[in-house]
Design a protein around this ligand. Structure first.
Ligand SMILES: C[S@@+](CC[C@H](N)C(=O)[O-])C[C@H]1O[C@@H](n2cnc3c(N)ncnc32)[C@H](O)[C@@H]1O
Length: 254
């Protein structure tokens, strides 16, 4: 049972390395400082474009409506926020919050390139201590962000705090693959191809090694669902994508 487990066990590991929780946030910030300018290109190269399909599926599940207020936490370079703006015809208000200023800066440039001049704001902030009022958003989204947060349970509690009663939490994250053949191929790819691709394109093998390791240390789908429930995000469910390589987690603030 999760109740008997310690809270935030991930706060003391950075990839496979043991660290102090304070140090972890700094290390994560360094990773995204380092990869920001190549982040979008690397996503396409690493996933063969599949991350776009996962993000499309995620935003279809979010199903944002005009007039809604949305927190897109760990919003990065805007892939989720811009999809939500497009889907609502610009009628939603999206607050992007990210630990890393560089990622948001790339995001803002991309928004201008796409003609998205309104409806999104960009704030440097931590998922563990959101710069948003209690009960102020209809939807909370976090895509490939929760894995990087130092204290996951604290971030889940923050999500509940900022959601209005009846509001929905949605998280897109890497999951755990069960099928043995797929798992073997995926492990080989993650630990040998990813760091090499990172070295070649982003001149940073370490950050891409961290990516592969952080996926392995992130809780599996049932464990995350239990932790969501423990944080007050009710009716926690998940939908596996690509055999569980990624998963959409959903829950409600009732
Ligand atoms: C893999 S990127 C995902 C970006 C975007 N959501 C996407 O799907 O493309 C992870 C993002 O999480 C941000 N991040 C990491 N820890 C965070 C925290 N504690 N609070 C807010 N953002 C955080 C990073 O700066 C980075 O921009």
């Amino acid at each position: 049972m999760f109740r008997t487990m310690e809270r935030d066990p991930e706060s003391r590991v950075f990839g496979f390395r043991a660290v102090d929780p304070q140090e972890k946030t700094t290390l994560v910030r360094h990773v995204f400082d380092s990869v920001a300018s190549k982040y979008d290109l690397m996503n396409d190269l690493m996933s063969g474009g599949v991350h776009r399909l996962w993000k499309d599926a995620f935003v279809a599940e979010v199903d944002p409506r005009p007039g809604q207020t949305i927190a897109d936490v760990a919003g990065g370079t805007g892939d989720i926020a811009f999809r939500m703006i497009r889907r609502t015809g610009g009628g939603a208000r999206v607050h992007m919050v990210d630990l890393n200023e560089q990622m948001l800066r790339v995001g803002r440039d991309r928004a201008f390139d796409r003609g998205i001049l309104e409806g999104v704001d960009y704030t440097v902030g931590n998922a563990e201590d959101l710069p948003l009022a209690d009960r102020s958003v209809d939807l909370y989204t976090i895509a490939f962000g929760l894995r990087n947060v130092t204290r996951i349970d604290r971030a889940l509690a923050e999500a509940r705090r900022v959601l209005r009663p009846g509001g929905r939490f949605l998280c897109l994250e890497f999951g755990k693959v069960r099928l043995p053949a797929l798992k073997a191929a995926y492990d080989a790819y993650s630990f040998s191809v990813l760091p090499r691709l990172g070295a070649l394109v982003a001149r940073d093998a370490e950050s891409y090694r961290y990516l592969a390791e952080s996926i392995r240390t992130f809780p599996d789908q049932p464990t995350l669902a239990r932790r969501m429930e423990a944080a007050g995000l009710a009716r926690a469910r998940w939908i596996n994508l690509s055999g569980g390589i990624a998963a959409i987690h959903t829950g409600w603030r009732l």
